[in-house]
Design a protein around this ligand. Structure first.
Ligand code: PEP
Ligand code: MG
Length: 300
């Protein structure tokens, strides 16, 4: 199918090497397109996570299809042919949907793709805007909060239906590869079940809160975050090899990717693609340059 398009299989642009010469890709996490203005695309292996929640800042303010397409195209143009990974709206929990009449603040309830499948109006508009922008570069689309393969299949079906509508209206478009955020333990434990996913991106911010059963924004349980972090690293040692065994691209875009103390372990888990806030990139690159691919410290 279209999700297995050649785009996701091209070797990633490498902009970093371990001390023993293994190529590493460092990408940018972008929360707002204005951040791209001061950034040099040649320093980055593209965008590993473009969050899109800012497109719906307040009640009744969702950017329409034309405005969304313009913003997605801007990011693709900035990257000059390198991969740009745009995440579908990740509303709910810590990113509540401004126009909702029901309570969406639960971390275990309707959020991410669960919410989008319950609000297909939002998903369909975003899918059309993404596919209209796609010919401008190498777009990859990331699905947030995936738990079951059926969610990916339903998302792919919506993209296919909207693509057919665009084709009928003779509007130029392309269907991008669909990858998944690995931020729910269930998905991390069974990556081979996600046959429709073109790539995997580990989201350790949510993964850690689900592993530690402690909300990421609750000061009352912040004392448990260190235990959650340690357990999450252990969890990654078990699950990253399962994702790599599928032969699909595997990356990490949670805050842990920019944590210099965690980098030796993340390399040892098998990660070779990291995405982080752009300002963290120089230090991450320097740290990885001093480590071997197995995470050991380089001598000399
Ligand atoms: C994550 O959960 O690790 C992640 C990258 O996404 P967000 O922080 O936007 O939930
Ligand atoms: Mg997340």
């Amino acid at each position: 199918g279209a999700a297995a398009s050649s785009q996701a299989k091209d070797p990633p642009p490498q902009n970093c090497k371990t001390a023993d010469g293994v190529a590493i890709t460092l990408r940018a996490n972008i929360d707002h397109p204005a951040e791209l203005e001061g950034l040099l695309p040649q320093l980055f292996g593209g965008i590993g996570l473009l969050r899109t929640e800012y497109l719906f800042p307040t009640l009744g303010q969702l950017a329409d299809e034309v405005r969304q397409e313009e913003i997605y195209r801007q990011a693709l143009t900035w990257a000059r042919g390198k991969p740009v990974t745009i995440r579908l709206f990740d509303f709910g929990a810590d990113k509540p949907l401004p126009d909702s009449e029901v309570d969406l603040t639960s971390y275990l309830g309707l959020r991410g793709i669960r919410l989008l499948l319950a609000r297909p109006d939002l998903l369909r508009t975003q899918a059309r805007a993404l596919m209209r922008a796609a010919p401008a570069g190498q777009l990859r689309v990331l699905i947030p909060m995936v738990t079951s393969p059926a969610e990916v299949e339903q998302t792919a079906a919506i993209f296919a239906a909207e693509a057919a509508g665009l084709a009928e209206r003779q509007i130029e478009h392309a269907i991008p590869p669909l990858g998944i955020m690995v931020e729910v333990p269930a998905a991390a434990l069974m990556p081979e079940a996600f046959q429709r996913a073109a790539f995997f991106s580990f989201g350790t911010n949510d993964l850690a809160q689900y592993i530690g059963a402690s909300a990421r924004d609750s000061a009352a349980v912040s004392g448990l975050h260190e235990a959650s972090r340690v357990a999450t690293l252990r969890f990654l040692h078990h699950t990253v090899p399962l994702a790599l065994a599928t032969q699909k691209p595997v990356g990490i875009c949670g805050d842990l990717a920019a944590d210099t103390l965690a980098l030796p372990e993340l390399l040892a888990c098998g990660f070779r693609e990291f995405s982080m806030p752009p300002a963290r990139m120089p230090l991450v690159r320097e740290t990885i340059s001093g480590l071997n691919a197995d995470g050991s410290k380089a001598r000399g």
